[in-house]
Design a protein around this ligand. Structure first.
Ligand code: URA
Length: 211
């Protein structure tokens, strides 16, 4: 459902927003795709205006939708833990998502996460582009396949792209790794520990970008 009685923010206003605070304010009533309607709120990125590293996730989950901040639920706790183990401090990073509304279906009384569709990712690109313009990170870290496809604009597999630095346009480097929720879904302790260690190793590649 598109609600044509409500105008989306004008592309020009997004592209010319002078600060992250103004950009985030403009995103609050985004209706470019249909996800705004069932969701509680826009969950915009957060972090220092000129962070050296931008972390990109998939989309807000249940907790993020309720609290209005990225990566504050179970995946966020996993991420914070791994960042610390890699020698990074979340406060130094700009943390955002490829899609800025929670996409879900009801299962009885619970809201179940659904993957964002290509249309949602395409509609939300304007916000990610504007965040990149204002933050001007030296490194883009893509968490999982949705983030990687949204940033790289082509089909990618995690196994073929992860764990190495590669140049994006401009003076920006890219790094792909797994999404922290992948670690939460692993069935046994042994694979969880192994994959967690690999995730931390990937994030250590990023740590050299902060002074
Ligand atoms: N998963 C994401 O990709 N982003 C969030 O903000 C939370 C969970």
């Amino acid at each position: 459902g598109y609600n044509l009685s409500v105008l989306p923010p004008h592309r020009k206003d997004v592209e010319t927003a002078p600060t992250l605070a103004m950009l985030a304010a403009r995103a609050m009533d985004c209706r470019v795709c249909g996800l705004w309607q069932p969701a509680s709120r826009t969950v915009f990125g957060e972090g220092p205006e000129h962070a050296a590293i931008m972390l990109v996730g998939e989309q807000p989950g249940d907790q993020e939708d309720l609290q209005g901040r990225p990566f504050v639920g179970p995946a966020g706790q996993m991420l914070d833990h791994a960042l610390r183990d890699a020698g990074l401090n979340r406060d130094q990073l700009y943390v955002t998502n490829a899609v800025k509304h929670f996409h879900f279906t009801w299962n009885g009384t619970r809201r179940l996460h659904q993957k964002p569709e290509a249309d949602h990712m395409a509609a939300c690109r304007v916000w990610l582009d504007a965040e990149r313009r204002l933050v001007q990170p030296k490194l883009m870290v893509m968490l999982g396949v949705t983030a990687a496809q949204s940033v790289l604009q082509k089909p990618v597999t995690i196994s073929r792209t992860r764990s190495r630095l590669f140049p994006l346009e401009g003076q920006v480097q890219g790094l792909v790794t797994v999404h922290p929720s992948y670690l939460l879904r692993l069935p046994d302790e042994e694979s969880r520990q192994r994959e967690y260690a690999r995730f931390v190793e990937d994030l250590r590649l990023a740590a050299q970008y902060v002074a």
